[in-house]
Design a protein around this ligand. Structure first.
Ligand SMILES: *Cc1c(COP(=O)(O)O)cnc(C)c1O
Length: 438
């Protein structure tokens, strides 16, 4: 290295910490964060990414623009409603407001009339029971996986070695490498797989039931579809079997429709599953229901109470923010997931055409999807603006961050899940990217 290499004169940390702007930032940010920003900028200068003379000003501007969390809000232009990588359901204005109101001290476990301790989550539970009259009781836990874990653990009868009977067609992996089967066997339960991948019959379940059976479990195959020569056993048939052998029946629906939705005719709903005889139905709060991450357990009082009283319930409980957002979501009709699913096609087309015109691009047919949250393979017909694939990365890295769909060498901007009020900023983002690319 040459003596005069300017990179050797990068300002030292103690010198930078003494800058008035950096000292002032200490009122807002802790020292660990400030030091991390300083060392990030010093490293960038060492790597020759920024001139040494700009180190101090880069630190000052980075400190100033530091937001409360490193999570970056994005505009979801993929057309996928329940996008797990983008945080699944965006909350409704009512749910967002409820979270803000619950952020301080709240009466989550106190009766303000008596000043005594009260039950937690009574408002959310009451809202669930109003939305779902077929349920006798309800319980809210951290997420769908937690609900399933609690259900199979708490319903394991005394003396039973805990065999869970499940169809081979319903052994699913719900996320990268995350299998429901592994989750259930961590409880010490054994899985008794019945039937085949494509076909399972009532007789398969009946033959497998023994004194070791702890429950019958039916899992909705929420993220894939088996077509062709298939058959499965419905909840009603399993109820008959469960009664004959006095074993509980758990139904994991994955998504959270309370009642059938004509837009998704094959998506099962809680009401129908309960009426058909499930002891417990499990759904996620942040899929089609459009609420916060949560696991909702609805069903018969005896079964729900077994779960509520199990020690594990305490480890899986939700916080006050979730309870507030969930209650608000259930109580109000509109939410972004519901709106995107039931979007007026003519209006979506018009918005897409206006945007295409503004940025000088073409409109192509494009199907939206529900996503990992349900209705696998069901297209939601719509449109997208077609751009070169090279636009996708700068759109993601822009402000606002726009996440479009990269497909077959193109970048497709689908407005289905973009709030209409943001159409202008999407147009501006595309124009900037195209100008930079030109
Ligand atoms: C999504 C899903 C789960 C897991 O729910 P989380 O809320 O993500 O924990 C469990 N079962 C099925 C069928 C699912 O679709």
């Amino acid at each position: 290295m040459v003596e005069s290499d300017p990179r050797r004169s990068i300002p030292r940390t103690d010198h930078l910490l003494a800058l008035p702007e950096v000292i002032a930032a200490g009122e807002r940010l802790n020292q660990a964060t400030i030091k991390a920003i300083i060392s990030e900028v010093q490293n960038a200068a060492r790597a020759g990414e920024i001139p040494v003379a700009e180190v101090a000003s880069a630190i000052v501007s980075s400190l100033a623009s530091r937001s409360a969390s490193s999570l970056t809000p994005v505009l979801n232009a993929t057309g996928i409603l329940v996008h797990t990588n983008l945080g699944r359901a965006p909350l409704s204005p009512a749910a967002t407001q409820a979270i803000t109101e619950a952020a301080g001290y709240v009466d989550v476990e106190m009766d303000l009339g008596t000043g005594k301790r009260s039950k937690r989550g009574t408002g959310a539970k009451a809202a669930l029971l109003r939305a779902c009259p077929a349920a006798e009781d309800a319980l809210v836990v951290n997420n769908g996986a937690a609900a399933l874990l609690l259900a199979v653990t708490a319903l394991r009868g005394r003396g039973s070695s805990g065999e869970i009977i499940i169809s081979r067609g319903e052994l699913i992996e719900i996320g990268a490498g995350f299998r429901l089967t592994d989750l259930m066997t961590t409880t010490g339960a054994r899985l008794r797989e019945v039937g085949t991948t494509n076909r399972t019959h009532v007789a398969d379940y009946a033959e497998a039931i023994s004194d070791d059976t702890s429950c019958l479990l039916k899992v909705h195959t929420s993220n894939f579809r088996v077509e062709g020569f298939t058959s499965s056993v419905d909840v009603g048939q399993l109820r008959t079997l469960a009664d004959e052998h006095d074993v509980p029946l758990i139904v994991d629906l994955g998504s959270g429709l309370f009642t059938p939705d004509p837009a998704l005719p094959d998506e099962p709903d809680i009401d129908t599953a309960l009426r058909a005889g499930a002891d417990l139905v499990i759904v996620s709060g942040d899929k089609l229901l459009g609420g916060p991450q949560a696991g909702l357990i609805l069903g018969r009082t005896e079964a729900v109470q077994k779960l509520a009283k199990h020690p594990l319930a305490r480890a899986l409980r939700t916080d006050k923010l979730t309870l507030a957002a969930l209650e608000a979501t259930i109580t109000h009709t509109a939410n972004p997931i519901h709106d995107a699913l039931h979007i007026d096609p003519d209006h979506l087309r018009e918005r897409t055409e206006i945007l295409a015109e503004a940025v000088g691009a073409t409109v192509v047919d494009h199907d939206g999807r529900v996503g990992g949250g349900g209705a696998p393979g069901v297209p939601l017909p719509g449109w997208a603006i077609e751009l070169p694939e090279s636009c996708a990365e700068p759109l993601r890295l822009g402000d606002p961050a726009v996440v479009a769909r990269v497909y077959q060498g193109r970048c497709l901007v689908d407005l289905r899940c973009v709030p209409e009020s943001e159409d202008q900023s999407v147009a501006a983002a595309i124009k900037r990217v195209r100008a930079d690319n030109a």
